[in-house]
Design a protein around this ligand. Sequence first.
Ligand code: NAI
Ligand code: UGA
Length: 436
Amino acid sequence: MKIAVVGTGYVGLVSGTCFAETGVDVTCVDIDENKVEKMQNGVVPIYEPGLELLFHRNIEQGRLHFTTSLEEGIKDAEVIFLALPTPPGADGAADLKYVLQVADQLGHILDHYAVIVDKSTVPVGTGEKVQAAIAANAKVDFDVVSNPEFLREGVAVDDFMKPDRVVIGSTSEKAAKIMDRLYHPLVRSGNPIIHMDLRSAELTKYAANSFLATKITFMNEIANMCELLGADVDLVRKGIGTDSRIGKRFLFAGIGYGGSCFPKDVSALAMSAGEVDYDFRILKAVMDVNHGQKTKLISKVSQYFDGDLKGKKIALWGLAFKPETDDIREAPALYNIEALLEAGAKVVAYDPEAMENVQGVLGDKITFAKDAYTALEGADALMIMTEWQLFRTPNFEKIRTSLNNPAIFDGRNLYDVNDMRQQGFYYVSIGREVAK
Ligand SMILES: NC(=O)C1=CN([C@@H]2O[C@H](COP(=O)(O)OP(=O)(O)OC[C@H]3O[C@@H](n4cnc5c(N)ncnc54)[C@H](O)[C@@H]3O)[C@@H](O)[C@H]2O)C=CC1
Ligand SMILES: O=C(O)[C@H]1O[C@H](OP(=O)(O)OP(=O)(O)OC[C@H]2O[C@@H](n3ccc(=O)[nH]c3=O)[C@H](O)[C@@H]2O)[C@H](O)[C@@H](O)[C@@H]1O
């Protein structure tokens, strides 16, 4: 089987590489010449654990190719994935220009039957727009299918190779059969391929992300209540997570959700609701609460320094929006940096993977340390923004001697509150103000 993946960002590269691993011949198409040249030279343009091995193996086996030419990429492809960006427009709705541009191009160059698959996260009705954009010029038969992607950055390969489920939205039996054949090797464990109509598939993706964002936000609100009532959110999490109707996952309170998807998808679903005159009130509250949660620790840092952060040097551990990625899109760390700089503080940061990306955005507004402990030297306090594994079991003695004050503001609840206090730290975390 031969397929094409148009757009070789996170989703395109992971899907393309993983499909190649199942024996499919994959051509990845991207307009970014630099990126394509890098990949042709064997360089993986993103940090994603486990991807590099598969990437090199499949290039060596001759199953994974890269090109900037859409025409060359889709030649003889039975399935053409659109893994293109759908960023929020100025109003918060998903901007479909990348998807519809490629659909228009496909209409001009498609010369054989193919299944055109929307893998991007797109609002309900986009499949029909893609269908119309291609049909305007197409001289051959084709089908449009929605196949939303549920992978998480940092564990993307595993999520893709062993999906909980695969959602296929299509009313064409022919297209559905081709998609089943393509996904068969990935669902051998028995996890289902769920077939549905196009619109339901499109909404499933937004519903999943918005539900998870709501779940996290609910726990953040419980954490805020814990602080006011003298309870511990970690215990409450365990107490409710053991109820199988609630589930253990995505219940971790922290400094808000970030990343390239939850923020944009919650906003896009709220916008879609507005377009059909529906006031999706929960989503509005989720966005509002999350916005406040991101910089929640700042007031506590400020309070520690009697309301004056001017000239204070704050060490930041973690910049990526979550561990195991170099992605900084909508990372809570960036919001905290902005607030610290605005208050006149200086910031020195360390992240195992994301420093280059932050430097690209912030230049010399902050300084970057060569390792976690160098960041602490002469700093007045430490803030933890991302729960990288190496921050979980640090050398506390080294932290205490490097910092000017033994003060840690932990946005990810990494350490035991009592332990930290016994060790003499001024330790503030989320929803656990009261020691057990
Ligand atoms: N990042 C993630 O973890 C997930 C993302 N998604 C969705 O998948 C879609 C893609 O997201 P990412 O992979 O993160 O995007 P990305 O921004 O990392 O990559 C998109 C790629 O498309 C390329 N591109 C833009 N216009 C093009 C064109 N005309 N022809 C060929 N290539 C073109 C860009 O150069 C870029 O390499 C979005 O809708 C996103 O919401 C879904 C699940 C997970
Ligand atoms: O549509 C997408 O792009 C993807 O969005 C998320 O994946 P991702 O953004 O990679 O990362 P998550 O692990 O979901 O984390 C998102 C944010 O929520 C935060 N989070 C997560 C879990 C939790 O319990 N608490 C919490 O604050 C993380 O720190 C992070 O900032 C979804 O989990 C994927 O299923 C989906 O495919």
